[in-house]
Design a binder for this molecule. Structure first.
Ligand SMILES: Nc1nc2c(ncn2[C@@H]2O[C@H](COP(=O)(O)OP(=O)(O)OP(=O)(O)O)[C@@H](O)[C@H]2O)c(=O)[nH]1
Ligand SMILES: [Mg+2]
Length: 440
């Protein structure tokens, strides 16, 4: 394919920057602008000079010969001094000499098209790059190293065997015992279904690893929501005053607690208000309640329950929630007939307990990050669809004809192929790679 080029390191000032080129003839382009004493051999670091305009940049070149490269094509990488101007000059020189600017993810897309990686492994690469926690990184590595690919391939191969046996009974009914074939087919489908259910059972842990837990901190004005946010973050992020209605807009901040991201949303105190700005803020508080995975309902333990408190307790009664009684440093006047955590946001008392309770509400402690965990929505959707088809196929073993079972198994094979990319449409493949960063 035609040579493409991109800066593979982040744009900005740094010690080095890497400009990468891939495609037919990229070594030719490189030697037009790069001179060195040594012979350029694959997989060796060559010191030389990059000449362009009036620039003579002493830098390193690495050449990977097709097919032994990331993309499966010839690749040339320049490791130059970091710096925005210089890096762009190197890039422009290569473009002037025949390379085109790569699109987002185009290197990895080529690796996929050249059979170097499957689609799910490529998605693992994005996850590794974007990982913010050890759990995300491990899940990304598992995908990248082909753990899901192996599972899918094993399922597909048993499905292919089953299809071949069924088609044999259709084509040569005289040579085959249909009843026995049906029995083995049924066993195969049951095994496939079991595996699919097993894989899908990891998806809630996967969602937790990928998205974290979104927690809305709600309550009437002045109960100490912003103080609680600050205590949870361990920094003075939100403005705290004794004026009711201090927080007008929602504030979102994330912490990592025991490998899980917890995204806190501090909200505007909920009460009846005529102030237009405050009203918009309160509206946002309600929206945060709806979109959160769990709500911290904050009450002031030093005063009795008010109508505003009661309304909020009622509004959140069907949601996952933790009731927080704040200001425990003051005389306690509030009692409530429900489980709660008594804290002092001001003194930082029992804040760890709040984090632990959130974590435990989602079984955070039971996630085994060493195994394969489904974190990617596309994979989960394809496997769910595959599960439905497998269930239909299993049913049809008892009440349909052989050709229908065979048809369903082919459909099942195609659905699984979407995970590896074998049977995925071009537009979806394009959409996946466009989510990559430039130069990857
Ligand atoms: N004694 C005591 N005061 C607290 C505690 N937590 C917060 N406060 C005080 O309560 C007042 C309100 O605190 P905020 O954190 O701004 O309350 P809020 O719920 O965010 O208020 P709004 O943004 O107006 O809805 C401030 O004067 C805080 O110092 C606590 O644990 N103990
Ligand atoms: Mg506030």
């Amino acid at each position: 394919m035609k040579p493409i080029v991109a800066v593979s390191t982040p744009i900005g000032v740094g010690a080095i920057s890497i400009v990468r080129m891939s495609g037919d003839g990229c070594l030719n382009i490189a030697t037009k602008v790069f001179s060195c004493k040594e012979k350029i051999e694959p997989r060796r670091v060559i010191l030389g000079t990059f000449h362009f305009n009036n620039i003579n940049e002493k830098c390193l070149l690495v050449y990977f010969k097709a097919p032994h490269s990331y993309t499966g094509e010839d690749i040339v990488e320049f490791q130059c001094h970091g710096g925005e101007f210089l890096t762009k000059e190197v890039l422009n020189a290569l473009i002037k000499n025949g390379a085109s600017l790569a699109e987002n993810g185009e290197f990895t897309k080529r690796a996929f098209l050249n059979g170097k990686v499957s689609l799910d492994s490529a998605e693992g690469i994005i996850d590794v790059i974007n990982a913010g926690t050890e759990a995300e990184l491990k899940a990304g590595y598992n995908l990248m190293s082909g753990k899901l690919l192996t599972e899918v391939k094993t399922l597909q191969s048993s499905i292919v065997d089953a299809i071949a046996n069924l088609d044999m009974t259709l084509d040569y009914p005289e040579h085959d015992d249909e009843a026995e074939t049906l029995l083995t087919t049924k066993k195969t489908i049951s095994d496939v279904l079991k595996k699919l259910r097993e894989l899908l059972s990891t998806s809630s842990a996967g969602k937790l690893i990928k998205n974290g837990i979104t927690v809305a901190i709600v309550g009437k004005p002045n109960v100490g929501k912003s103080s609680l946010l600050n205590a949870l973050l361990g920094e003075e992020r939100a403005i705290v005053t004794d004026i009711e209605g201090t927080t007008r807009d929602t504030i979102t901040e994330t912490i990592i607690y025991k490998n899980i991201k917890i995204n806190f949303i501090d909200t505007a105190g909920v009460r009846e208000s005529d102030n237009i700005v405050e009203k918009i803020g309160i509206d946002r508080s309600y929206r945060s309640i709806n979109s959160a995975d769990i709500v911290l309902v904050v009450l002031d333990s030093s005063s009795e329950l008010t109508e505003d408190d009661k309304k909020l307790l009622d509004l959140t009664k069907d949601k996952k929630r933790i009731i927080i009684l704040n200001k425990m440093d003051k005389q306690k006047k509030l009692d409530i007939n429900e489980k709660y955590i008594l804290i002092s946001a001001k003194d930082g008392k029992n804040i760890e307990q709040v984090k632990e309770e959130i974590f435990n509400s989602f079984d955070g402690g039971n996630i085994d990050i060493s195994g394969l965990i489904l974190t990617n929505v596309r994979h989960i959707e394809a496997l769910s669809k595959a599960k439905e088809i497998a269930e239909k196929a299993l049913d049809s073993c008892d009440n349909s004809t052989t050709d229908i079972i065979s048809f369903l198994l082919k459909e099942l094979w195609v659905e699984l192929g979407k995970i590896t990319g074998e049977t995925e449409t071009e537009s979806i493949i394009d959409a996946i790679f466009s989510k990559f960063c430039l130069g990857k």
